[in-house]
Ligand binder design. Structure first.
Ligand code: PRP
Length: 206
């Protein structure tokens, strides 16, 4: 059996379609909506459904052999995992944004930045030598500058609609994000044949 951690949320549908294209009939996952782990003995496969931010943790600790995670989540967790494939889907960008009418470019002292990605934000401003106070939020980060909680945000932008509807503008792109296939380092060594054949099957389906 190999165990794969797949993310709920935005990447779920593309991940499900990819696995279907690889020939796996995983209909049960959609029917049993609250179940978190599924055995598919016919494919020697176990599938775990986890929060996107947790995929790398399951893979890094070896609770899952493989996982599908956004580059944002991989960088935030600084995970020590093998990353053999860029899956190409789930494209978005990690950006710095701020209110249209209150640019912070000149403000380098006391800058407050709200984000769901504290480590990425810390590293970004650190590289620039800008001291910041990072405010860790768990969602709807765009609200922070509108309410005076922060001056800027570091967050993902996909279509740009959320920024636009909240009168925020991008200041810069930190990096581009796509979904990646990740593999636990010991599983890769101990289960080399099965894992490489799975990785090759993913490549073919892509
Ligand atoms: C993400 C992200 C932005 C939004 C960007 O949030 O954090 O808020 O999507 O998408 P857009 O550019 O297409 O508008 P998500 O929907 O995951 O919700 P959350 O803020 O509650 O985490």
């Amino acid at each position: 059996m190999i165990t794969i951690a797949i993310p709920k949320g935005r990447l779920f549908e593309s991940t499900y379609n990819l696995l279907t294209k690889m020939g796996y009939d995983l209909g049960r996952i959609k029917r049993e909506k609250r179940r978190l782990i599924f055995d598919f003995p016919e494919y020697e496969l176990k599938i775990m459904i986890v929060k996107p931010m947790d995929v790398v943790t399951y893979v890094e600790y070896g609770a899952a052999d493989l996982g599908i995670a956004g580059k944002d989540v991989i960088l935030e967790n600084m995970a020590d995992v093998y990353e053999p494939l860029d899956l190409g889907f789930g494209y978005c960008r990690m950006v710095v944004a701020e209110p249209k009418e209150k640019p912070q470019i000149e403000r380098v002292i006391g800058l407050k930045v709200a984000t769901k990605y504290p480590k990425i934000a810390e590293r970004h401003y650190g590289k620039k030598g800008i001291p910041v106070e990072i405010i860790h939020l768990y969602g709807s980060v765009e609200l922070a500058p509108l309410t005076g909680l922060s001056h800027q945000i570091v967050d993902l932008v996909e279509t740009g609609t959320t920024l636009k509807e909240n009168n925020l503008v991008e200041v810069e792109t930190i990096f581009e994000v796509t979904a990646r296939l990740i593999v636990n380092r010991s599983s890769m060594r101990l289960n080399y044949k099965k894992i490489t054949s799975f990785v090759n099957a993913v490549k073919r389906a892509l």
